[in-house]
Each structure stands twice: as structure tokens, then as C-alpha cells.
Design a protein. Structure first.
Length: 330
């Protein structure tokens, strides 16, 4: 299987080791060479990646370039044969423009506001267990983390009660890990300052230690500051609804094509019918996150949440140039 050639892999800050080296596996397996640029926000991890790569590969097969924006701009001007980027939609557009100058293929793994839709017949205990784990894992800095929760008005009180009970026991010490930077702490705090909703749990933060408590905000509306951009932090807005059809319309109208959509219902056919009418990178029913951990499932976004799929054999496939060859006897 012919390869593309020299690939440029740009890693993110939230899972800096895994999400920098996982794309490399597919690139090398398909016969490509690679230049890696780990996130400058994680200098210690970047140094470890460089050390591991230098001990494992010859420099003409894989090379690590450390640095920030300046180094990235220099590298983006080079004629790579394939670009692989994990990060924000804003930077993703920059990567795509650079790839266009070389007419090179590009893989973008971005994000978006991933919704969780709760049906009337949902198992609330299962919902709360999986929601709290996935939302607050890595301080909410996970691309497929549930960004906001949509609950029927009739279940709102019960869901919030069980959610707060879970937080009071499992997150009693308020510490769920560090947020990437003081700047992001300010952004998250700004959401809480501007929200019209009610903070029913958490809200505390410390800029110096970059700690932000697991936070729940109820009575949020679609026009709230919390609903404008991907939160990428440990804040969970809750919106109640009375008509499932309006939920579908609002998700499509306000947050086009998220990286993932989650639905919780005992009626899996009804949940499947619901998610099948909403475009997203991937989807799950009665679970969260685990689809991204299964090597047998292709993972990736669509439109604003990215383009291309990888993981497992799919990683090999995206880095492989399928070439037709026909021979004719002389």
C-alpha cells in the first residue's frame, strides 16, 4: 500500500501524549515519515515525547520539533504530503489553509458542543453515573465531553437532585484536576458571571493553582453565554424541555454538527431515530466517551467538528494512498 510521504502531526494540550502519538502509529504503519509538534502548553510532556521518539526512531523517519506559534508557522509553510491536527476549529482553519497551498490532504479532529438528550424513560442512575465521569474527566477538557444536558421538565428536579448527590460524595474535595491555563480559568469564570442560570453546585475556582470545581448550572437558556461556544471545562449547563421536536430543532440551529451526541432512553429505537436526524461526528445511546476508546470504531468529526476518521485500522487507512495499477503485456 503506497504511503503519502512526509506527514505533519500537531498535538493538543488536553491529552498531549496520547493524542500526539496515536496519530503517529497510523502514519508509521502505513509507511509514512513524520514530523511531530507537541503542544507548547505542555512543555514537560513535549520533552518526554521528544526523548521517547529520539530513542525509538531515526531522525529521518520521525522527528519532534518543540515550540509554539513561530515554529508552527514555519512548519506550515513547508510542503508536507499530509497534515494531521487535533485542536480547536479556529486553528483548524489555519491548518486547512496551509494544506491548501500544497494541495495536500488534511485530517482535522476538532470539537463542538456535544449535547446529552435525556428521554422521559431514561435510567437516571445510569445517566448520572456516566455523565459525571465523562463531563468532569480531565477537568472537562475532553473533546467528546458532554457540553450541556437537555432534560424533560418533568424529570428536571429528579435529575438535578441525583446529580448533586453524586457530586457531594464523589467530588466533595472540589479537586478534579487542573485547567490548562490561567486564561482558560478566566474564560470559565466569565461564563458564570454572564450566565442567567442558577449555579446549584461548584462555581469555586483558584487561578493560581488552576483548579476549577465541578459546576452545575440550571435554568439555562439557548441564548445564555454558556451556550455560545464549547465550554471545555468542568461546567455543566442544564436546559429543560417539554417537546422533543424543539430539542432537535434547537440543537441543529444553535450548534451545528457536534463531535458527538448522546441520548439516554430505555427505548433504543426511539433514541436511534432521534440521533439519526442530527448530524454529528459520532453518537452513543445510554453511554458516553467509550466509542472513542474502541479501536474497532472509526472516530472523528464532521464539518465544524472536524473531517476524517481514525483509530485502529482506520488510522492505517487514512494514511494510505490507494493507487490503481494496471499492467498490459508488451
Amino acid at each position: 500500500m503506497p504511503s503519502f510521504g512526509l506527514t505533519y502531526i500537531i498535538g493538543p494540550f488536553n491529552y498531549p501524549f496520547n493524542l500526539t502519538l496515536t496519530p503517529l502509529i497510523g502514519a508509521i504503519a502505513a509507511g509514512n515519515t513524520a514530523i511531530l509538534k507537541p503542544s507548547e502548553s505542555m512543555p514537560a510532556t513535549s520533552a518526554i515525547i521528544k526523548k521517547v521518539v529520539e530513542k525509538t526512531f531515526d531522525a529521518d523517519i520521525v522527528t519532534v520539533i518543540e515550540g509554539g506559534r513561530t515554529e508552527n508557522e514555519i512548519l506550515l509553510a513547508k510542503p508536507f504530503d499530509f497534515f494531521f491536527f487535533t485542536g480547536s476549529p479556529k486553528v483548524g482553519k489555519i491548518i486547512m489553509k496551509a494544506a491548501a497551498d500544497h494541495l495536500a490532504p488534511v485530517f482535522l479532529e476538532l470539537g463542538g458542543k456535544c449535547p446529552v438528550v435525556v428521554f422521559e424513560d431514561a435510567d437516571i442512575d445510569t445517566l448520572v453515573e456516566r455523565l459525571t465521569f465523562t463531563k468532569f474527566l480531565n477537568s472537562g477538557q475532553t473533546c467528546v465531553a458532554p457540553d450541556y444536558l437537555l432534560v424533560p421538565e418533568s424529570l428536571k428536579e429528579k435529575v438535578v437532585e441525583k446529580l448533586l448527590a453524586k457530586l457531594s460524595t464523589d467530588y466533595a474535595d472540589k479537586s478534579i484536576g487542573k485547567v490548562v491555563s490561567a486564561r482558560q480559568i478566566e474564560t470559565l469564570a466569565g461564563y458564570l458571571t454572564d450566565t442567567q442560570g442558577k449555579i446549584v453546585a461548584g462555581g469555586e475556582y483558584d487561578e493560581a493553582s488552576r483548579q476549577f470545581a465541578a459546576t452545575v448550572v440550571t435554568d439555562v437558556t439557548w441564548d445564555d453565554a454558556l451556550m455560545k461556544d464549547e465550554i471545555f471545562g468542568p461546567i455543566l449547563p442544564i436546559i429543560s424541555y417539554t417537546d422533543l421536536s424543539t430539542v432537535r430543532e434547537n440543537i441543529i440551529t444553535y450548534h451545528e454538527k457536534p463531535l458527538a451526541i448522546y441520548a439516554f432512553s430505555r427505548d433504543t429505537d426511539a433514541a436511534l431515530d432521534f440521533i439519526s436526524t442530527i448530524q454529528s461526528g459520532d453518537a452513543q445511546i445510554n453511554d458516553m466517551l467509550t466509542h472513542a476508546m474502541c479501536p474497532q470504531l472509526p472516530f472523528g468529526g464532521i464539518g465544524p467538528s472536524g473531517m476524517g476518521k481514525y483509530h485502529g485500522k482506520t488510522s492505517f487507512d487514512i494514511y494510505s494512498h490507494k493507487r490503481s495499477i494496471r499492467t498490459v503485456k508488451a
